[in-house]
Design a binder for this molecule. Structure first.
Ligand SMILES: CC(C)(COP(=O)(O)OP(=O)(O)OC[C@H]1O[C@@H](n2cnc3c(N)ncnc32)[C@H](O)[C@@H]1OP(=O)(O)O)[C@@H](O)C(=O)NCCC(=O)NCCS
Length: 147
């Protein structure tokens, strides 16, 4: 992700979440040494189809944000972004990737389940905008994930 992507990233962010990240937050992620901010770009049009932000801190990767443009969903763009986060975490020597997801987010739960994430716990009322619970998921990272 680069600053030039942020108009498209923000347009996706604003239709994807009840409490979207601000542009400033994305700008901060682009500059952080321990953050990987990725975009998935259409090979035909060059448009941003989705993005993900993951941190690698203390041998763990944390997926903080992932979204796909509504008209590009269910075409494996989310899977590609998730797998790139997994690959980068494994390459950096992390042994675990973890994340939080809204309990009612069926699309995201399906995405993570397909890629081997397991239930680790629940935080009641974690999302203060809707009162939803957070499901905590994680997945071990292996050497084979680095390729
Ligand atoms: C979650 C999200 C990133 C998934 O991206 P995507 O590109 O559509 O996902 P993929 O095409 O890679 O699909 C992965 C799996 O999830 C399934 N899936 C995707 N959307 C689904 C939906 N709305 N309902 C049920 N399953 C769904 C796909 O069918 C696929 O499983 P399958 O291969 O067994 O069929 C996308 O829906 C999104 O941007 N949502 C809004 C933002 C969001 O909720 N982010 C996650 C925060 S934790």
């Amino acid at each position: 992700m680069e600053r030039a992507d942020l108009d498209e990233v923000m347009a996706i962010e604003e239709v994807s979440f009840p409490t979207p990240w601000s542009r400033t937050l994305f700008e901060e992620e682009i500059g952080r040494s321990f953050s990987d901010a990725l975009v998935a770009v259409s090979p035909e049009s060059g448009e941003v189809l989705g993005y993900a932000v993951c941190w690698i801190v203390a041998d763990e990767s944390h997926l903080l944000n992932i979204a796909v443009r509504p008209d590009a969903r269910v075409q494996r763009v989310g899977t590609a972004l998730l797998r790139e986060c997994i690959r980068r975490g494994a390459r950096a020597g992390a042994d675990l990737i973890h994340l939080e997801v809204r309990a009612g987010n069926r699309a995201a739960l399906r995405l993570y389940a397909r890629d081997g994430f397991s239930f680790r716990g629940i935080r009641r009322g974690y999302y203060t905008d809707t009162g939803e619970d957070a499901i905590l998921l994680s997945r071990e990272l292996r050497e084979s994930d680095a390729t």
